[in-house]
Design a protein around this ligand. Structure first.
Ligand code: G3D
Ligand code: MG
Length: 182
C-alpha cells in the first residue's frame, strides 16, 4: 500500500478544513466541527489513479494561525504533494500564499518551486459560491491565479467547499499530480 503525504496550506478561514472534510467524507461540516483547527488535523483518502494503482493520501490540514505554525513546520517535512488554498472573496489570502505559505513550504518541505516542484502542488481558489458568474471580480480572480501559475508553475482550480462545485475536477487534477510524483 502506497501512502502519500499531502499538505493543505493557507490562511485561517479560507476553508481548508471545510474542503478536506468535503473531499474525504463528501459533506460540508457543521460549524461546531470547524471551530478552529488547532495545530493540524489529519484525514486519509483512498484513491485510485488513472492507471489503476490505488494509493492512500494522508492529508495534513494545517491550522492557519501563524502562532501555531512555528511548532508545525516540521510536519511539512516528507510531504510529496500539496494544495495552496485561498479565499476568492478575500484576495489578501492569495497575497499570503506569496508572502508566507509558499516560502514556508520551500524552506521546510524542500520544494523548489522555481525548479519544477510547482508540478507537485495545486492552487485552489475556494468559496466561488460567493462570486457571480458575470461580474468583474471573477475575471480578476482568474487573472491573479494566472500570475501565480506563471511564477511557480502551479496549476490552478476553483471550488466551493460549501456547494461542492469543482471538487470533482480538483480530485481529477490531484490524481494526475500524484501519478506524476509516484
Ligand atoms: P480554515 O480551515 O481554512 O480555517 P474553515 O477554514 O474550513 O474553518 O472555514 C472558515 C469559514 O468559511 C467557515 O465559516 C466555513 O463555513 C466557511 N466556508 C468554507 N468554505 C466555504 C465555501 O466554499 N463557501 C462559503 N460561502 N463559505 C465557506 P464560519 O462562518 O463557520 O466561520
Ligand atoms: Mg481549519
Amino acid at each position: 500500500m502506497t501512502i502519500i503525504k499531502a499538505v493543505v496550506l493557507g490562511d485561517s478561514e479560507v476553508g481548508k478544513t471545510s474542503f478536506t472534510k468535503r473531499w474525504t467524507q463528501g459533506t460540508f461540516p457543521n460549524p461546531e466541527m470547524l471551530k478552529t483547527t488547532v495545530g493540524a488535523s489529519f484525514d486519509t483518502l483512498k484513491t485510485t489513479l488513472l492507471n489503476g494503482t490505488t494509493v492512500t493520501l494522508s492529508l495534513w490540514d494545517f491550522g492557519g494561525q501563524r502562532r501555531f505554525i512555528e511548532a508545525l513546520k516540521g510536519m511539512i517535512v516528507g510531504a510529496k504533494v500539496g494544495l495552496f488554498f485561498f479565499d476568492v472573496s478575500h484576495l489578501a489570502s492569495l497575497d499570503s500564499l506569496y508572502n508566507y505559505w509558499v516560502p514556508l513550504a520551500q524552506e521546510n518541505g524542500n520544494f523548489d518551486f522555481m525548479g519544477g516542484d510547482g508540478a507537485r502542488f495545486l492552487l485552489v481558489g475556494n468559496k466561488i459560491d460567493l462570486l457571480c458568474d458575470d461580474c468583474n471580480s471573477f475575471d480578476k480572480v482568474k487573472d491573479e491565479m494566472e500570475v501565480f501559475t506563471k511564477r511557480f508553475g502551479i496549476d490552478t482550480t476553483l471550488v466551493s467547499a460549501k456547494t461542492g462545485v469543482g471538487i470533482e475536477q480538483l480530485d481529477f487534477k490531484f490524481r494526475q499530480i500524484i501519478e506524476k510524483v509516484l
